[in-house]
Write a protein that binds this ligand. Sequence first.
Ligand SMILES: C[S@@+](CC[C@H](N)C(=O)[O-])C[C@H]1O[C@@H](n2cnc3c(N)ncnc32)[C@H](O)[C@@H]1O
Length: 263
Amino acid sequence: MSITKKSCCGTREAAPQQQNDVKEFVKKRYADRVKAPGMTSCCGTASGSCDSAVALSAGYTEEQLAGVPAHAAEHSFGCGNPVALAGIRPGQTVLDIGSGAGIDVLLAARKAGPEGHVIGLDMTIEMIEAATKNAVEAGLSNVEFRLGDAEDMPVESGTVDWIISNCVINLAPDKAKVFAEAYRVLRPGGRILVSDLVTHGLPETARKSLEAWAFCVGGALEEEDYLAAIRGAGFKSIPDELARLAPSLAGKVSSIKIGAVKF
Ligand SMILES: C[S@@+](CC[C@H](N)C(=O)[O-])C[C@H]1O[C@@H](n2cnc3c(N)ncnc32)[C@H](O)[C@@H]1O
């Protein structure tokens, strides 16, 4: 089944009639993963190990992991540590797009402090339930989790200081909509810091499989298309925070961190 097409602007999007298939497949995959007892890899398959090794390899520190409930650390599915890079200050409002079991929301909540507010957004109800339990266990009252789609965020315009997201936007069929929504909800001067996967000449066959999509590879954009999508939403600068980790998948996929500002 073909699930991608090249748009007029060069970015890859799933064809509209297939977008729901992608989302339903992804929801089911992550619902299963968060209910599984063991840890899984970044977007990947269950490893069966029940520790925080994968979270450590994604870039979290021992100290960060010790400060969150074990379930949140063991069910971390990201490909980076965006909170470590984001300059979140006390009192600020933060939005985590695709918050999963809540690890980045909980870490951001400590930076935002009691006067701040952190919203975790996820389209998978099982993730929202797990994250809510983890926040209660962590004793944090400055967080909330909202069920919703990154392409149509249930968040008021111009209310957010920082957006973070960890290995999620590659899963969205319409990245342009996600970045447009991100731009809409940020206050002027608000910033976005995203960890995500991008590709470098990924074979078309890898783009035609829902399995590969849920693995965070099939829906990942070519790096230049990803940057174009951010700029296309109105973000005027992508500062120095852009950095690449070691390429994986024989140089076809790599993890990047991108920061951008709404002027
Ligand atoms: C790879 S996991 C990452 C979870 C979390 N950011 C972390 O680092 O552990 C992807 C998450 O994004 C959510 N997601 C995928 N597409 C989404 C969309 N269009 N809108 C909202 N959430 C989405 C999934 O339900 C899942 O919880």
